[in-house]
Design a binder for this molecule. Structure first.
Ligand SMILES: [Ca+2]
Length: 302
């Protein structure tokens, strides 16, 4: 049986990279994309999701999720589309006529404990599902999420973007007892691509590789903060960590998140004490085999 997966996302350039990869993996069954406010408004991330799927010819449902985080406000101008200069096919498809919370719950019931979630945006939809349907905890096999920083943040000195946008949602998910894997910024920043890699994808010249290269160029244009030629694709690292767990080194910790202090909102708090294994609530990525990561992308897309 193929692994049933829901991708909860806020496309987003690096979300788009993860989606292109997901379409090329044969042993997973992506049941649908649930969208969330994050990189842009939920209207725009939903539209982006449909356009990305249509551009690569992937007909799976897109389900609109929450338009605001839990417990705080995120106002974004409509003109912020979140995909840089990337040109996509304008989809004529409609959004799936159900809300994200009910979709996630229904699929969890249907798949009877086998459903996995890849969360590559703020975790609002998952937290809202846990609030409405507390019994879903036992029905989700695992959640792999891109988020958090154990070192330096990327939106504040301490916090990573997804955790900062909705720390209250992350808090609910962290306390859910669902098996969790955090693919944190510290590791995703190490697995960057370069313009040389972009040329490789361009040279493959298929629908997926051309869009892949376009997105890499748009990321390159937007931010080359860490290294001059670094093209960071955080969400794609989380996806690969989910399907090729052997390339990621993980360590179990008890993790909580700051939800009160304004200055350090969304920062990750690790318990380094020698506590019982049963008190540790998630695996955290601590290292990645960058060469294997890059070759897995090339093998999938080219
Ligand atoms: Ca994202």
């Amino acid at each position: 049986m193929k692994r049933p997966i829901i991708i909860d996302c806020d496309p987003g350039l690096d979300d788009a990279v993860a989606l292109i990869l997901a379409h090329k993996v044969e042993d997973i069954d992506v049941l649908g994309l649930t969208t969330i406010v994050g990189n842009a408004s939920v209207e725009n991330t939903s539209r982006n999701a449909l356009n990305i799927l249509d551009t690569i010819g992937w007909n799976i449902p897109v389900i609109k999720g929450a338009d605001q985080p839990i417990g705080r406000e995120r106002k974004l101008p409509n003109k912020r589309k979140g995909l840089g200069h990337v040109v996509l096919q304008e989809s004529e498809r409609e959004l799936y006529n159900i809300n994200a919370v009910d979709f996630i719950y229904n699929e969890a019931i249907k798949h009877n404990g086998q459903l996995e979630i890849l969360a590559i945006g703020p975790m609002t939809n998952i937290a809202n599902t846990l609030l409405k349907y507390p019994d879903i905890k036992k029905l989700i096999k695992a959640i792999t999420f891109m988020g958090g920083a154990t070192g330096t943040g990327n939106i504040t000195p301490w916090a990573e973007f997804n955790m900062y946008v909705d720390p209250h949602a992350a808090d609910i998910v962290f306390k859910s007892s669902i098996p969790l894997t955090m693919v944190a910024l510290d590791v995703t920043k190490r697995a960057f691509l370069t313009l040389e890699d972009t040329d490789y994808f361009l040279s493959c010249n298929n629908i997926h590789s051309r869009l892949f290269a376009d997105i890499l160029l748009a990321i390159h244009k937007r931010e080359c903060l860490w290294r001059e030629d670094a093209i960071e694709i955080h969400d794609a690292v989380a996806f690969i960590a989910m399907i090729l767990p052997e390339i990621i080194k993980k360590k179990k910790f008890h993790v909580s998140i700051e939800t009160n202090n304004k200055g350090s909102l969304g920062s990750i708090l690790l318990d380094y004490r020698n506590i019982p294994e049963s008190d540790k609530n998630m695996d955290i990525s601590v290292d990645i085999d960058v060469e294997k990561f890059k070759s897995s992308l090339k093998k999938l897309v080219c």
